[in-house]
Design a protein around this ligand. Structure first.
Ligand code: 1HN
Length: 358
C-alpha cells in the first residue's frame, strides 16, 4: 500500500518538520544553504549601496561649524564622513571604500600617526596646508592628488591664512573585512622633516627613476603628490588634439611610475575632462566610484532596474556611483572630475567587469 501523503499534506508536514530542523541546527550555529543560496550568488551584483550626491553648498557650512566646535588636535582628524545612505553607521561610502571631507584651519596641526589603511587626499578648497609623509612635507593646492601609503607616519598642518578642505579616500572597509587593521600614534605632534619638499616628485615624477630604485613603500607609488597643474594641462591639450571617448570624455588614470599600476594597491584614481556639449554614453562596472567635481558643471544619470537618479553637479560637489549601476555623464559647458574606486582589487582578483552600453 502507498503510504506517501498527497502533495499538499507533504508540504505542510515538511514545513513544520523543516522549521523544527532549522531551529535545532541553529542552536548549533548551523544554517541551511538552500534557504540563502540565491542571495549568496546573485545573478548580478546586488549592492545595497545607493547613488548619492553631497552638494558642497550644503556641506561647507557644517564643515565650518565643525571648525568652531572642535580643534583638529582634539579631533585628531576633523572630518565629516560621507556615508552611503544605505550604509549609515558603517563609515563607508561603498562596501569597500571610505570617504570624508577634512577641514584644517590656519595654525592647526592634525597629529602624527600611522595605520595599515592606505589614504588618498584630493584637495577641494584652500591653500597653505601641508601634509607630511615619511619625513617629507607637501604643500596642498586645489586639485592636487596626494598619497599616504600604508603604515607611513603622517600629519597635517596649516601655515596659511585660510581654511583648507580635502577629500579623504581610504580602504577602511576593506581592511576591516580582512581584520587587518593596525594603528599607532606618533611620539611628537609633527614628525621631523628629513627631506626637502618636492624630493619624491624630483626622484620619481620626471618619467625617470633613481638608478638603484628600491620601492620605498612596497606596491604604493613613491610619489606623494600629483599636482593638478600637470594633470589639468594634459587633459586640456588632449581635449583639443585627441579623440574624445564617447563614455568618458578625456579620462586618464594616475599611475605608480615604477609599475604602471595604480598608485595604491587598493585604490585607483582618475581625472577626466568632459568637453563642452558632452553627452556621454551609458556604462556600468563592478567597481563603485566616488567623484569629486573639480571645475565646471554637469549632470550624471544613474539607473538600476527601474530606479533612476539624476544629479546636477558643480565645483566641489561629491557623488558616488555604486557597483553595477548604469551611469551617464553630461556637461553643457565642460567640466573636470576626479574619481577613485577599488578597481585594482577587482583586477587583482580577476573579477572586474565593465559594460559600455549605447
Ligand atoms: C586618517 O588617518 C586621516 O590621516 C583621515 O588625515 C581620515 C579616517 C579613518 C581613519 C584614519 C588622515 C581617516 C584617518
Amino acid at each position: 500500500m502507498d503510504m506517501t501523503p498527497p502533495p499538499s499534506q507533504a508540504c505542510a508536514t515538511n514545513g513544520a518538520a523543516r522549521k523544527a530542523f532549522y531551529e535545532a541546527i541553529a542552536a548549533r550555529n548551523m544554517t541551511p544553504l538552500w534557504e540563502v543560496l540565491h542571495a549568496l550568488v546573485p545573478p548580478q551584483p546586488a549592492t545595497p549601496c545607493l547613488p548619492s550626491l553631497w552638494r558642497y553648498g550644503e556641506v561647507r557650512p557644517y564643515l565650518m561649524e565643525s571648525g568652531r566646535l572642535i580643534t583638529a588636535e582634539e579631533a585628531v582628524r576633523r572630518v565629516l564622513i560621507l556615508e552611503n545612505p544605505a550604509l549609515r553607521g558603517q563609515s563607508a561610502i561603498t562596501q569597500s571604500l571610505y570617504a570624508g571631507l577634512q577641514l584644517i584651519l590656519p595654525g592647526e596641526i592634525a597629529p602624527s600617526h600611522r595605520h595599515t589603511q592606505s589614504a588618498l587626499r584630493f584637495v577641494v578648497e584652500g591653500r597653505g596646508a601641508y601634509t607630511a609623509v615619511d619625513g617629507e612635507r607637501t604643500t596642498m593646492s586645489p586639485g592636487d592628488f596626494i598619497i599616504t601609503p600604508s603604515w607611513t607616519w603622517h600629519d597635517h598642518g596649516c601655515d596659511g591664512q585660510e581654511p583648507v578642505v580635502w577629500l579623504d579616500g581610504l580602504d577602511i572597509p576593506m581592511l576591516r573585512f580582512f581584520d587587518a587593521g593596525f594603528a599607532e600614534n606618533g611620539s611628537t605632534q609633527s614628525q621631523p622633516v628629513t627631506r626637502a619638499e618636492g624630493t619624491s616628485y624630483q626622484r620619481y615624477g620626471a618619467n625617470m627613476l633613481p638608478v638603484r630604485y628600491d620601492a620605498p613603500f612596497g606596491q604604493t607609488s613613491p610619489i606623494f603628490s600629483y599636482p593638478y597643474e600637470r594633470t589639468r594641462e594634459a587633459l586640456h591639450q588632449l581635449e583639443r588634439q585627441a579623440p574624445i571617448d564617447a563614455w568618458d570624455g578625456v579620462k586618464l588614470r594616475y599611475v605608480n611610475p615604477a609599475t604602471g599600476g595604480s598608485p595604491m594597491p587598493t585604490m585607483a584614481t582618475f581625472m577626466q575632462r568632459l568637453p563642452a556639449g558632452f553627452a556621454g554614453q551609458p556604462w556600468r562596472q563592478t567597481d563603485g566610484a566616488v567623484f569629486s567635481v573639480v571645475e565646471g558643471h554637469g549632470n550624471v544619470t544613474v539607473a538600476r532596474d527601474e530606479q533612476v537618479w539624476t544629479f546636477e553637479f558643480g565645483p566641489r560637489d561629491h557623488f558616488v556611483i555604486p557597483s553595477w549601476h548604469t551611469a551617464q555623464l553630461r556637461s553643457a559647458q565642460g567640466c573636470v572630475l576626479f574619481s577613485f574606486s577599488d578597481h585594482p582589487v577587482h583586477q587583482a582578483l580577476g573579477i572586474h567587469r565593465e559594460e559600455r552600453l549605447s
